[in-house]
Design a binder for this molecule. Structure first.
Ligand SMILES: [Fe+2]
Ligand SMILES: [Fe+2]
Length: 150
């Protein structure tokens, strides 16, 4: 195997911050599409930071990530209403807490000198997204799937 294969592969690995995993699928198509999109933006932002893109580009990508996060939360919350979800309040509260954290992270980034959001910020987003999908979003998806059987 040519050594360049390994280099290309290592580079790809280095730029993929959060690999998509089908374990993350909830079965609600619109929600899954949003989750994939969030992972994709997160990876684009990380890749941009790794390849030294300018602050303005990273700024736009960070905006895109935070805006899409809020857009996605709103979509899920509309679904809670449609399905009369009994855990809507606590799920929406988790969203609101995250939205507040995002707003603060964004303000910190704007004030700071760093060329991009810190890796700590991206890692927190990644871990939060993974845990939230696996536990909270999936709980909602199970409820929807059970209701559809009636
Ligand atoms: Fe979600
Ligand atoms: Fe959610």
């Amino acid at each position: 195997m040519p050594s360049s294969f390994f280099h290309a592969n290592e580079r790809m690995c280095a730029l993929t911050f959060m690999a998509w995993n089908d374990r993350l699928l909830t079965g609600i198509e619109a929600v899954d599409t949003d989750h994939r999109k969030l992972v994709e933006i997160l990876n684009r932002l990380y890749g941009g930071m790794q390849s030294g893109l300018g602050r303005e580009v990273l700024d736009d990508l960070f905006d895109e990530l935070l805006d899409y996060t809020q857009y996605h939360f709103a979509r899920e919350e509309r679904l809670f209403e449609r399905y009369d979800y009994p855990l809507a309040l606590e799920h929406a509260f988790a969203h609101a807490k995250m939205a507040k954290w995002c707003t603060e992270a964004r303000a910190d980034f704007k004030r700071g000198e760093l060329p991009g959001p810190s890796l700590q910020v991206l890692s927190y987003l990644k871990d939060w997204l993974f845990d939230h999908i696996m536990e909270t979003d999936k709980r909602f998806a199970e409820y929807v799937a059970a209701r559809k059987k009636y």
